[in-house]
Write a protein that binds this ligand. Structure first.
Ligand SMILES: NC(=O)N[C@@H](CC(=O)O)C(=O)O
Ligand SMILES: [Zn+2]
Ligand SMILES: [Zn+2]
Length: 428
């Protein structure tokens, strides 16, 4: 059966919107034509969606998410996480290995892939751990993990503290042609601190996380990437200093790429309203200066992609308060409207630039066959109502997680339908 999407506004080569008809067959885009050209195809064996002039974009790709299964199903499952992703317009997501057991063995990689297949919603790409149980003591079996379907190695949730361990990991990964994805954090500089150094920490008598705790690892790892030739990708960049180091490394041709989260582009520590753990995440909200540096870095390409770091936790856990609650906020269902409202509707970025950082750029960085609207590409599509405006209401989330600092924010540009391999996996 063919799928025909009529009255689709798609981004043209110059970033302008053009009304087109998209024809999908066998899960693949067959053609993109001017209105009317393919009317004859409409018939018995076709399903027609009238997009009514709404934006039809390549499905969003999120290369940093936490699905919590196996082990923490009370926070999220692969199915609820995948549904939440679909609701946010994402069609491909890459999940972190800080599950229980940690995804440090082929069986767990396979379990994640099997559950994702059963859920049959979005494409789920698993990362595997760099070290066993993410304890930083012993490397995992990279060859077996690659064979089982892992797409890269990371100990996200914690930094790899030993430089020698990181160097060995990079050597092996380089040999296998796999990327190393790093949560950059020096434990000796952050012990027990729940928020960033700054006015908020001072006012509430909390220990502060300094910027160097991130940038020290970024600098160290760039040197190790240079020495080993690995593709090194920096997780959730949040400081001016990290950006300076990445910019310089790119200039001299080291294979480094990086990502940033919507909250680090929009919120600073000055915005935290009080001791509410829905504002607690790792890395923490930093200074306004850091936020501006992150925005600048997305604009000039120092930061390649935008990711959510979707990190659901239960309400009980988040109720433990700023000091004791776990780090992390949910991200799928607010990401696009937040970025559209703050950067595109205000005229700071073009729509094409935002979409690029969420689709073709992640596909380029990680070598995925996705992220583009063209004949032959998988029919992974997102339909977005750029006019729709409404307030964020966590009680409506498909995710089990309700932990967001954006409750009641009035946002514009909401996804209305998500299509994966030509199949509608979510619609309003
Ligand atoms: N980002 C977070 O604040 N938390 C993540 C871990 C991580 O991404 O480092 C989590 O797993 O909850
Ligand atoms: Zn992390
Ligand atoms: Zn993470």
């Amino acid at each position: 059966m063919k799928l025909i999407i009529k009255n689709a506004n798609i981004l043209g080569a110059e970033g302008e919107l053009e009304l087109k008809t998209i024809v999908v067959g066998d899960g693949v885009i067959e053609s993109i034509s001017n209105p009317g050209v393919n009317d004859a195809l409409e018939g018995a064996d076709t399903k027609v969606i009238d997009a009514g002039g709404k934006l039809v974009a390549p499905g969003f790709i999120d290369m940093h998410v936490h699905l919590r299964e196996p082990g923490f199903e009370y926070k999220e499952t692969i199915e609820t996480g995948a549904r939440s992703a679909a609701k946010g317009g994402f069609t491909t997501i890459a999940c972190m290995p800080n599950t229980r057991p940690v995804t440090d063995n082929p069986d767990t990689v396979k379990l994640v892939l099997d559950r994702a297949k059963e859920a049959d919603l979005v494409n789920v790409l698993p990362y595997a751990a760099i070290t066993k149980s993410e304890l930083g003591r012993e490397l995992t079996d990279f060859v077996a993990l690659k064979e089982s379907g892992a797409i890269g190695f990371t100990d996200d949730g914690v930094g790899v503290q030993s430089a020698q361990m990181m160097k060995d990991a990079m050597k092996w990964a380089a040999e296998l042609g796999m990327p190393v994805i790093a949560h950059c954090e020096d434990n000796t500089l952050v012990e027990g601190a729940p928020v960033a150094e700054g006015e908020f920490a001072k006012k509430h008598g909390l220990k502060g996380i300094p910027n160097e705790s991130e940038a020290i690892h970024v600098g160290r790892d760039i040197l190790l990437a240079e020495a080993t030739g690995v593709h090194y990708h920096v997780c959730h960049v949040s400081t001016e200093q990290s950006i300076r180091l990445i910019r310089q490394a790119k200039e001299i041709g080291i294979k480094v790429t990086s990502e940033v989260c919507p909250h680090h582009l929009i919120l600073s520590e000055e915005d935290i309203p009080g001791l509410d753990a829905n504002w607690k995440m790792n890395p923490p909200l930093r200074s306004r200066r850091d936020v501006e540096a992150c925005i600048q870095a997305v604009e000039d390409g120092t930061i390649d992609i935008i990711v959510t770091d979707h990190a659901p936790h239960s309400e009980e856990e988040k109720a433990k308060g700023m000091q004791l609650a776990p780090f992390g906020i949910v991200g799928f269902e607010t990401a696009f409207p937040l970025l559209y409202t703050k950067f595109v509707a205000t005229g700071k970025w073009t729509l094409a630039k935002l979409i690029q950082r969420m689709t073709s750029d992640p596909a380029r960085v990680f070598g995925l066959k996705a992220g583009k609207l063209e004949p032959g590409a998988p029919a992974d599509l997102t339909i977005v109502d750029l006019e729709a405006e409404r307030a964020v209401d966590p009680s409506t989330f498909a995710s089990k997680g309700r932990n967001t600092p954006f409750t009641d924010w009035k946002l514009q540009g909401w996804p209305v339908a998500t299509i994966v391999s030509g199949k509608v996996v979510w619609s309003e």
